[in-house]
Design a protein around this ligand. Structure first.
Ligand code: AMP
Length: 283
């Protein structure tokens, strides 16, 4: 596995590989890798000739008071995991090179960023869209892989790619969960043993949404009310939002007659966790 730290080095490698006729896949991450990330890496390996994984904790997508400084970082452990998966290139850009002094250009996906996490994390999706566009410009992959775990992020990136005519297919991969249901996340590392148990309420509440839907309920408000009830049963959980929106447009849904995303954000102790499910679909 090649480790590349400079933008010029990454561009040179990617251009050479493209010129040699190899398709390039990119898996953008912030590191602290787990099986969720590795599922994207495996699919990338299966479907493209050159697998590039980036690790970059992007300061632009963290708000003031969020966890940028304490976000888990362990590049050596991550590199060993990626090496084992047969990754070709690990791209480790430097924040000072990504955002040199004088940097001032950002992109925003106007409407998709308004709801869900965009409402509680102002500026977050501007930071995401901007860094992803930069990574796509540097690597110029044929395919980029994102997780449904961050469903809003994934559709923001799909919209960005479509609206700006980028030559990349954006693929959204299923959520990988622990056996107890908890969606894998780098932020799970913040949870105490006790909080980790409490965090199981997120996936439990979404399973209840699926059951309610399969039982014939079609009113979005009734389904989100059930989800709220389940979460309220866990004393350590505080709801940020529970929403049912159209998938993948995130538009308003009253009566569920098409693919509908039930998305939740819940704080357990000091840790904000997100999870979601698409009604009627099995993960
Ligand atoms: P992150 O390092 O948290 O920015 O995540 C990098 C990529 O991995 C994103 O596209 C995430 O959606 C995806 N990802 C994170 N957790 C999971 C999971 N549990 N299952 C599938 N994909 C995930």
């Amino acid at each position: 596995m090649k480790r590349i730290q400079t933008i010029a080095g990454m561009k040179a490698e990617a251009r050479a590989q493209s010129a040699a006729g190899r398709t390039i896949g990119l898996v953008p991450t912030m590191g602290a890798l787990h099986e969720g990330h590795l599922s994207l890496v495996r699919e990338c390996r299966r479907s493209t000739a050159l697998t590039v994984v980036s690790i970059f904790v992007n300061p632009l997508q963290f708000g003031p008071g969020e966890d940028y400084r304490v976000y888990p970082r362990n590049v050596e452990r991550d590199a060993a995991l990626l090496e084992k998966e047969g990754v070709d290139v690990l791209f480790l850009p430097d924040a000072a090179e990504m955002y040199p002094s004088g940097f001032q250009t950002t992109v925003e996906v106007a409407r998709l960023q308004e709801h869900l996490c965009g409402a509680s994390r102002p500026g977050h999706f501007k930071g995401v869209a901007t860094v992803v566009l930069k990574l796509l410009n540097i690597v110029r992959p044929d395919v980029a892989f994102f997780g449904q775990k961050d469903a809003q992020q994934a559709v923001v990136v799909q919209r960005l790619a479509a609206d700006l005519n980028l030559d990349v297919a954006v693929r959204i991969m299923p959520i990988i969960r622990e056996p107890g249901g908890l969606a894998l996340s780098s932020r799970n590392a913040y949870l105490s043993a006790d909080e980790r148990q409490a965090a199981a309420v997120l996936s439990r509440s979404l399973a209840e949404a699926q059951r309610t839907f399969e039982g014939g309920e079609r009113r979005a408000a009734a389904i989100t009310a059930r989800v709220r009830e389940v979460i309220a049963g866990e004393a350590r959980a505080r709801i940020d939002y529970v929403e049912a929106v159209g998938w993948p447009d995130l538009g308003r849904v009253d009566s569920i007659d098409r693919d509908t995303l039930v998305a939740i954000a819940v704080t357990i102790g000091k840790t904000r966790l997100i999870d979601n499910t698409i009604l009627g679909r099995k993960e």
